[in-house]
Design a protein around this ligand. Structure first.
Ligand code: PBG
Length: 326
């Protein structure tokens, strides 16, 4: 038997991978700095930078240092940030009143950032967990996280953020009807221009641990499964996104990102709205931990991760890893 080394092959896909120029020309997905939303952790005080143990490379910053950080990020092409306050314990309470204090930490930060960097898109998290003494995202009555009363609190919170000049409010609580209620509250108060980025499908994930350390949020009892979604479900995620869209959400988010690429891809088939994905704290920490042992190259793994999230269908990505790519 003769084995010829000349195969007759009309289609050879490797021709399109032969040189860097050809590969770049046919590249289907590309990451841009403008795709990233950088989450920033904020603390009270002056000249304070407190590293987060479980997120090496990331620190909680006082407002003066936060402004410098934003300047650096902006110079590298970052256009959007999202603020998360890490509160002192005495400001936490059962009813979370500090959340709608118009002079609260987040509100002061929003105003200062918009004054210094008017062109930056400033988003702020809308959820009660940094403000509650028990660490849940809702108001508790007789041991239950109550929906409607929580939604009213969230609307108050969104309003003080809007008053401070926020571009997008980002409700991350998973209460029913909060997008509708927040939209109405914003519109009735002259904030039609303020957008809502809804955490539409936020799963009850084990990947949020480092974030809870960052905010110093400890769940005093139970878990978040009565409001955040079961990782087993995808139809329910699509329904959550559909309702948020009908209620007036401008951007729909899936969270976490990498374990839920199927959810992102399915939602992409069903909505014309922009999709955001949150590459969460645990997804960041795992890569850094491996890189510290020289088991992985963090920059390359992050580039692949974020590209994959975009390829799945996300238009924008919340990520702590942006600086590894810029
Ligand atoms: C809370 C909130 C969480 C995150 C964003 N907003 C944690 C939680 O729901 O317990 C997680 C983000 C991350 O892990 O990076 N409203």
């Amino acid at each position: 038997m003769i084995v010829s080394s000349k195969l007759s092959l009309p289609i050879r896909l490797r021709r399109n991978r032969r040189t860097p120029a050809i590969r770049k020309m046919i590249q289907e997905t590309e990451l841009n700095a403008a795709d990233f939303v950088v989450p920033l952790f904020l603390i009270e005080g002056q000249n304070r930078s407190i590293p987060i143990q479980a997120m090496p490379g990331i620190s909680r910053l006082s407002l003066d240092l936060l402004l410098k950080k934003i300047e650096t990020l902006h110079a590298k092409g970052i256009q959007s940030i999202c603020l998360f306050p890490s509160l002192e314990d005495h400001l936490r309470s059962d009813e979370a009143e500090e959340a709608w204090n118009y002079r609260g930490l987040t509100q002061r930060a929003i105003a200062a950032i918009k004054e210094q960097f008017p062109e930056i898109c400033v988003m702020a998290d809308v959820a009660l967990d940094p403000y509650t003494s028990h660490g849940h995202d809702g108001i508790i009555r007789e041991g239950e996280i109550v929906n409607d009363e929580t939604v009213e609190c969230l609307a108050r919170m969104a309003l003080v953020q809007a008053e401070a000049g926020v571009d997008f409010v980002a409700p991350s609580d998973m209460m029913d009807g909060r997008v509708k209620f927040i939209r109405e509250a914003l519109d009735q108060n002259g904030f039609e221009h303020v957008g809502i980025l809804a955490y539409s499908a936020k799963y009850a994930s084990s990947l949020y641990g480092p974030f809870r350390e960052a905010l110093n949020v400890n769940l005093k009892f139970g878990d978040k499964k009565s409001y955040q979604m079961d990782p087993a479900n995808v139809r329910e995620a699509l329904l959550e996104a559909k309702l948020d869209e009908e209620e007036g959400a401008d951007i729909l988010m899936i969270k976490p990102a990498l374990y839920y690429l199927d959810v992102i891809a399915k939602l992409r088939q069903r909505t014309e709205r922009p999709i955001a994905a949150y590459h969460v704290s645990g997804e960041y920490a795992m890569v850094i931990a491996a890189a510290q042992r020289r088991w992985l190259d963090a920059n390359k793994v992050f580039a692949e991760a974020l590209l994959s999230i975009k390829r799945a269908g996300a238009d924008l990505i919340f990520t702590y890893a942006a600086e590894h790519l810029l």
